[in-house]
Write a protein that binds this ligand. Structure first.
Ligand code: ADP
Length: 415
C-alpha cells in the first residue's frame, strides 16, 4: 500500500537534487515521476503547457506491469471542458483533490468510454492535480494518483505535492529558458554565418575592382591636383574595404567556432612570405598612422603545414592592433624558429595593458579600452587564439601599461 513519505523534508531535498541534475526537462521530470511512484503514488502524470496547449510528457506507474495500460493516457490529452481535473487546476492555480474517484466524477472528466475504462482498468482510487508554477505562471500540471487499496489523498498530502510541484515548476522553467537561450544562440550564429558569407562576396569583387583602379592610376602616373585626390580616394576606399573584409572574416570565424564547425585546411606555407604579404597589405594603414614596421627575419624561410588564409588573419589582427594601440611608434615583427616551432613576435610601444586586463583580452567581445577612444568589436584576439590553437600552437601576450605589448604566435612546424 502506498504511503506518504515520513520525512517530507528529506524527500524534498532528494527531489531538489534530482531536479537540478539535468537541464533537459524531459529527463528531469521523468526522474521526479520515478521518485513519486516509488514513494507516494501508484500513478504519476505530468502535463506541460507548450504554446498554450497541454502536452503530456510523463505517464509513470509504480507497478511496471501496469505501465503498458497507463501508456494509453498519452492518447487522451486533457480537455478544457473537463471539470475538477488538469485544466481546472491550471486555471485555479492550486491543487484539486479527488478523494475518491466516482462514476459521477469520471463522467465530468471524459466523454470517451475508452478513457473512462482506463481509470477502471488501473483501479484509480484517489487523485490530486497540482499546478506546476514558476515565476507566477502555471506552466503545467502534476497529476498524482493512488489505486484501489491505496491512500485517499487529503489536504495535507496536497500541500506536500504543492511543495514538490513548486520545485519542479522552477526546474522546468529553467530548463526551458536554457533551451530557448541555446536556440537563440544557434539562430544568431546561423544568421552571422549567412550574413558574413553574403557580405563577403560583393566585397571581394569591390576590392578587386578597387585594386585594378589603383594600379591603373599609378601606372599612368598622373600628377594633377585632381589625380592626387583620386589616388587618395581610391586608397582610402581600399583601406576601408580591407578593414570591412577583415571584420567580416572575424565575424564568420566567430559563428563557425561557436557552432563547433571550425576547421583548418593546411598547406605547405612559408610564414616569412605570409608576414611580408600582410605587412604589404597594411601599408596604407601604417602610413595613415604615421608609423612603420621593422621586420627582423631570423630565418629567410620558415615553412610548415599551415592554413595560410587563417594565419594571414591572425597576423593581420595582431599587426593591426599594434598599429591601432601603438601610439604611432615603430613596430617590430620578428620571425624565426625556436625548438620545433615557428615564432612570430609583434611588438609595439603603445598603450600596453596591466596584468588584470591581460587576463581576458582573448575572451570573446572582451575589450580593455574605451569604445570612445578605440573602435573595435573585441573579437580579433579571440579568433586569433582559436586559429593558433587549432594549429596546435599558442598565442600569448606580454605587456606593460604605458610601455607597449608583445604578442607571440607559436606554431609547431610539422614535418
Ligand atoms: P578590438 O581591438 O576590436 O577591441 P581585439 O580582440 O583585437 O579587439 O582586442 C581585444 C582588446 O585587447 C582590445 O580592445 C584592447 O583593449 C586589447 N589589445 C589588443 N591588442 C593590443 C595592443 N597591441 N596593445 C594594447 N592593447 C591591446
Amino acid at each position: 500500500m502506498p504511503y506518504l513519505v515520513k520525512d517530507k523534508m528529506q524527500f524534498l531535498v532528494k527531489a531538489a537534487k534530482i531536479l537540478s541534475s539535468s537541464i533537459d526537462y524531459h529527463v528531469t521530470l521523468a526522474s521526479v515521476a520515478n521518485l513519486l511512484v516509488s514513494n507516494v503514488a501508484e500513478l504519476c502524470v505530468i502535463d506541460i503547457i507548450e504554446n498554450g496547449k497541454m502536452k503530456r510528457v510523463v505517464v509513470k506507474t509504480a507497478d511496471p506491469y501496469k505501465q503498458k495500460i497507463a501508456n494509453e493516457f498519452y492518447k487522451y490529452l486533457p480537455d478544457q471542458r473537463n471539470k475538477r481535473a488538469v485544466y481546472d487546476a491550471a486555471r485555479i492555480g492550486g491543487p484539486i483533490i479527488i478523494r475518491k474517484v466516482t462514476k459521477k466524477w469520471l463522467k465530468t472528466v471524459s466523454r470517451i468510454p475508452e478513457e473512462i475504462e482506463l481509470h477502471h482498468k488501473l483501479k484509480l482510487k484517489s487523485i490530486v492535480f497540482t499546478p506546476l508554477i514558476s515565476r507566477g505562471n502555471v506552466i503545467g500540471v502534476l497529476t498524482i494518483a493512488s489505486t484501489e487499496g491505496g491512500r485517499s489523498y487529503s489536504e495535507r498530502d496536497a500541500d506536500f505535492f504543492v511543495s514538490l510541484a513548486t520545485r519542479a515548476g522552477l526546474a522546468v522553467d529553467n530548463a526551458r529558458l536554457y533551451t530557448e537561450a541555446q536556440e537563440a544562440i544557434r539562430m544568431r550564429d546561423e544568421f552571422l554565418s549567412i550574413a558574413s558569407h553574403e557580405l563577403r562576396t560583393p566585397l571581394t569583387s569591390i576590392l578587386l575592382a578597387q585594386q585594378s583602379l589603383s594600379k591603373y592610376i599609378r601606372k599612368n602616373k598622373r600628377s594633377s591636383k585632381d589625380d592626387k585626390k583620386a589616388i587618395k580616394s581610391v586608397e582610402i576606399g581600399t583601406l576601408q574595404i580591407k578593414k570591412l573584409s577583415s571584420l567580416i572574416n572575424d565575424l564568420l570565424n566567430v559563428s563557425v567556432i561557436s557552432a563547433g564547425k571550425f576547421t583548418i585546411e593546411k598547406e605547405n606555407t612559408d610564414l616569412v612570405a605570409v608576414v611580408k604579404d600582410v605587412i604589404l597589405g597594411l601599408e596604407v594603414l601604417l602610413f595613415k598612422n604615421k608609423t612603420y614596421i621593422k621586420l627582423i627575419k631570423e630565418n629567410s624561410e620558415v615553412s610548415g603545414m599551415f592554413d595560410r588564409v587563417r594565419i594571414e588573419e591572425v597576423l593581420t589582427n595582431l599587426i593591426t592592433n599594434a598599429i591601432k594601440y601603438g601610439n604611432e611608434k615603430p613596430i617590430t615583427v620578428v620571425i624565426g624558429v625556436r625548438k620545433k616551432s615557428a615564432i612570430i613576435k609583434i611588438s609595439d610601444q603603445g598603450i600596453g595593458m596591466n596584468i588584470e586586463r591581460q587576463k581576458n583580452i582573448f575572451d570573446l567581445f572582451s575589450r580593455a579600452v574605451t569604445a570612445k577612444n578605440y573602435k573595435g568589436m573585441g573579437i580579433g584576439l579571440y579568433v586569433s587564439k582559436q586559429i593558433t590553437e587549432a594549429h596546435g600552437g599558442r598565442l600569448t601576450v606580454e605587456s606593460v601599461e604605458g610601455k607597449g605589448s608583445t604578442f607571440t604566435v607559436e606554431l609547431p612546424l610539422e614535418k
